[in-house]
Design a protein around this ligand. Structure first.
Ligand SMILES: Cc1cc2nc3c(=O)[nH]c(=O)nc-3n(C[C@H](O)[C@H](O)[C@H](O)COP(=O)(O)OP(=O)(O)OC[C@H]3O[C@@H](n4cnc5c(N)ncnc54)[C@H](O)[C@@H]3O)c2cc1C
Length: 203
């Protein structure tokens, strides 16, 4: 590891003990295609707050990490990587029901889990997303869609970290187009979103 990556690892470990850190971690364990050489440092924040903190540490140290969700849409080179990786998907994310048929979730949650959460709470609107193998963040990045549904139809707002600032995007500010968004065009890390759904019949 380079000095700056070592400092990043130490800083993150001190500030957020619940963040998982791995060194020389093969990316083939974190991509659906099972390819990718070792990352000097792989960081898995526990949720949106520590994700923001980890992004800040990387920025402060002028590191340019690769951000991944579930690694379902990535081809990673097989030789050792020279940069750290931040993975938002932890495997234990949950969502939160808000008033007015809305759902809030961190961007590391899988679409499958999110769709099931909506169904279990009597909400419709995310059925299209259940079979798409990524996270909420990965789906926002490319305005994922299927069966006539797309993220643009359900995304009310998203908290974002970019260039040292945190701000909230609402509606059209997401810049959704066909398989693209503000994230694919301008970068930034989606931290968590609120989705607007409708009352429905779980059956
Ligand atoms: C078998 C298969 C079926 C698929 N079916 C469909 C389909 O029916 N419809 C469809 O639209 N797509 C489909 N996809 C593509 C799918 O949309 C993507 O695989 C998925 O959305 C990527 O999510 P991910 O979390 O795995 O992202 P990753 O593959 O980990 O990352 C993809 C991109 O998203 C960015 N990203 C990830 N998280 C964030 C975040 N929090 N903030 C900002 N950027 C972020 C990454 O930096 C990267 O550039 C399919 C893919 C596969 C492999």
């Amino acid at each position: 590891m380079t000095d700056r990556i070592t400092i990043a690892a130490r800083t993150i470990r001190e500030r957020w003990p619940d963040v998982r850190l791995m060194t020389d971690e093969p990316m083939s364990r974190h991509t659906s295609f099972r390819i990718g050489g070792p990352a000097p440092l792989l960081v898995i924040p526990a949720g949106p707050d520590s994700l923001e903190g980890v992004c800040r540490v990387m920025d402060d140290l002028e590191l340019s990490p690769l951000l991944i969700g579930n690694g379902s849409d990535l081809l990673v080179e097989d030789r050792p990587l020279s940069f750290p990786v931040i993975q938002t998907h932890t495997g234990s994310e949950s969502a939160r029901l808000l008033s007015g048929s809305r759902v809030e979730a961190g961007c590391g949650i899988t679409l499958a889990r999110l769709a099931c959460f909506a169904r279990d709470n009597g909400l419709t609107g995310l059925e299209f997303a259940h079979g798409i193998p990524g996270t909420l963040g990965g789906a926002l990045f490319m305005n994922a869609g299927a069966y006539g549904g797309e993220m643009v139809q359900v995304t009310e707002q998203t908290r974002v970290y970019a260039n040292g600032s945190v701000f909230t995007l609402t509606g059209e500010e997401h810049g959704f187009g066909y398989r693209k968004s503000r994230f694919s065009e301008l970068g930034g890390t989606a931290l968590c979103s609120v989705l607007q759904l409708s009352p429905g019949d779980p059956a």
